[in-house]
Design a protein around this ligand. Sequence first.
Ligand SMILES: Cc1cc2nc3c(=O)[nH]c(=O)nc-3n(C[C@H](O)[C@H](O)[C@H](O)COP(=O)(O)OP(=O)(O)OC[C@H]3O[C@@H](n4cnc5c(N)ncnc54)[C@H](O)[C@@H]3O)c2cc1C
Length: 305
Amino acid sequence: MSELDVVVIGAGPAGLSAGIWARTLGLRYAIVEASPVSGGQLRRVYNRVVDYPGDTFAGGSELADRLARHAESLGVVVRTSHSATAVDLETGIVKTGDTEFDTRFILLCSGVRPRVLGVPGESEFVGRGVSPSASRYAEQFSGERVLVVGGGDAAFEEALILAEVCQHVTLVHRSGCFRARSEFQSRVAASERIDTILFCELVAIEGEQTVERVRLRRGGEEWTTGVGGVFVCAGVVPNSELVAGQAEFDDSGYVAVDARFRASHERLYAAGDVRSGSSLTIAAAVGEASSAVKDIQRRIGSNRG
Ligand SMILES: Cc1cc2nc3c(=O)[nH]c(=O)nc-3n(C[C@H](O)[C@H](O)[C@H](O)COP(=O)(O)OP(=O)(O)OC[C@H]3O[C@@H](n4cnc5c(N)ncnc54)[C@H](O)[C@@H]3O)c2cc1C
C-alpha cells in the first residue's frame, strides 16, 4: 500500500472542489463518498440556487451535476458508496468497508446532517407522515393539517411551501425568537394558513399506520393536536465523529481549524460545513477546500523538494 498525499472524505461541493485542485496540482489523492452519488446536501436543495457565482441553477442537483461533470472532465475519480468508517490520525490510515488508505494528510469534507429530535414516533413514522422536505413531498399533504418544527430559514421556507397546498400549518419553535430571515418572517406572518407558537416543544408523534396527531408542550401545559404530517427543521449536526477525540472540536462538535483550514492534528484539515465557523454556503465550501489542498501541496512540495 503506497502512501497517498491526501484522502478527501466526502464529495459534496467541498470534496469535489478538493478533487479538482488535488488533480490539477498533481497530488496523489483519493476521494471517498458515502452516498451512491456525489453532491452532498446539494441533492436536497429543491429551490433555485441563485447565490453561487457563475450561474443560477433550477435546484441543487443541477449544480451538483455540473460540479461532478467538471471534476470528471479533468479526470477526478470519486469513489462513491465508500463510507469512511475509521480514521487514525497517528498512522494516517483511513478505512472504508473494503479498502484501506495510507495517507500523509486527510481533508475532512464530510459536511453536516439534519438534527434528529429523538422524540417518540420521529423515526417510526419516517415516510408515513414524517418527511425530510416539504419542497419535495408537499403534494402528498394536500388538504392536511401539518406541523413544522424549527425557527430558522429552513423551517419558514417549508411552512410557506406547505401553506400553498395544506389546509393549515402550525410552526413551533422551542425558543423565544425566530432566526429566519425577515422576508420569510413577514410572509409567514401574513399567511392566513400559518400559525406560529414560540417556547413550544414537540413531545411525541402518534398514530396507527400514519401520523395522526402530535403532543406539544409549552411551559407547564401539554396538549394533543391532529396533524397528518410533521416536518422537522431543527438545524444540523456535523459529521465529525470520525476524528472525535483525535482533534479539537468547538462546543457544537465542529472541527476547529486555523486560517489555512489546518486542524489541531498536523495530519488533518477540515473544510466546508463540517469545520467550526463555516458560513454553511456552497461558495465557502468550494473555496475552503481549494485553500486546504493548496496548503497541503505547499507542505508536500517543500518536503519533497
Ligand atoms: C435545503 C438546503 C438549501 C440550501 N440552499 C443553499 C443556497 O441556496 N446557497 C448556498 O450557498 N448554500 C445552500 N445550502 C447549504 C449548502 O448546500 C452547503 O453549505 C454545502 O453543501 C456544504 O458543502 P460540503 O461539501 O461542506 O458538505 P455536504 O454538502 O454536506 O457534503 C458532505 C458529503 O460528505 C459525505 N460524507 C459524510 N460522512 C462521510 C463518511 N464517513 N465517508 C464518506 N463520505 C461522507 C456526505 O455523504 C456528503 O456527500 C443549502 C442546504 C440545504 C440543506
